[in-house]
Ligand binder design. Sequence first.
Ligand SMILES: [Zn+2]
Length: 82
Amino acid sequence: MRASLTAIAILAALALGYAVSCAVRPYRDCWLCDGRGHHRSKRKRKLSRPCRWCSATGKRLRYGRRLWNRARRVHRNAGVAR
Ligand SMILES: [Zn+2]
């Protein structure tokens, strides 16, 4: 019983820390282009076409922040559909 309470407390603390970090830094580097915004072609050794995954910004919204934005949108639009 005591061990499960400790585990729940640890998980809650981790979730809270992740939520705070998502609020402070909502963006992370794009995994496909490593934050450059462009793909590097191997043969020509120069920056080539823009990254489609991040729209050439090099940044992606973090998963927790995307969930938060979706929850906010659902909450905001809740009264409209009725
Ligand atoms: Zn990218």
